[in-house]
Design a protein around this ligand. Structure first.
Ligand code: ZN
Length: 199
């Protein structure tokens, strides 16, 4: 068994595994000198002093006022992803293919035989039009995810929505009733219900 590295907290003097300490890049062992619990308490004590709170507010406002070069940041991270994701794809081609195939199979399994494929394709066509028009990455999302731990949604036209890639990425396989606010969830459900009744 690999031995877990431990460290002694300078404040509460407990010897704890390294994970119990926050990362700190200036420390020799890369970890903070006090454990997470002590750190949290110390921060709370510091912040509870009005002078400090005002100080922090000032720092934060100053940071907010600095113009951020989003465009430069976006380009740099796009470059990084293109390079690194490309490398990982080259190394793990088989895994990439396997998971793409698994997604495809899972979709087919969840598509009832009576579904009009033209209707499904129409949703994807709508996505393509949006992408062409706006130049933004839009995705087709399964509102009730196909691969959830507790249930599986179906590949039906009234379970499909065209949303931005950002929204799709953060929603992922999450339950829509947990991801969206109750009001938005109800709005979407009503719309999808109308689609279902019209079909
Ligand atoms: Zn401690």
């Amino acid at each position: 068994m690999a031995s877990v590295k431990k460290k002694k907290c300078t404040r509460c003097h407990r010897t704890l595994p390294l994970d119990a300490f926050c990362r700190c890049h200036t420390a020799r062992d890369g970890r903070n000198f006090r454990c997470r619990g002590c750190e949290k308490k110390a921060k709370a004590r510091w912040y509870a002093i009005p002078v400090n709170k005002a100080k922090w507010r000032k720092w934060y406002a100053a940071w907010r006022a600095v113009p951020k070069n989003h465009e430069r940041h976006r380009k740099a991270s796009a470059r990084w992803y293109a390079e690194h994701l490309g490398q990982s794809y080259q190394r793990n081609k088989a895994t990439f293919f396997a998971s793409a195939r698994r997604r495809q199979m899972c979709k087919l399994q969840r598509r009832p035989a009576w579904v009009d494929e033209a209707e499904l394709n129409a949703v994807y066509a709508r996505r393509d039009v949006l992408v062409l028009k706006t130049g933004l990455p839009y995705c087709v999302d399964h509102f009730w995810p196909l691969q959830h731990r507790d249930f599986s949604g179906l590949d039906l036209p009234w379970n499909l929505r065209v949303i931005t890639a950002t929204e799709n990425g953060s929603k992922n396989n999450r339950r829509p009733d947990e991801f969206y606010s109750p009001a938005k969830f109800r709005r979407i459900i009503t719309k999808l219900d109308q689609l279902r009744q019209a079909a």
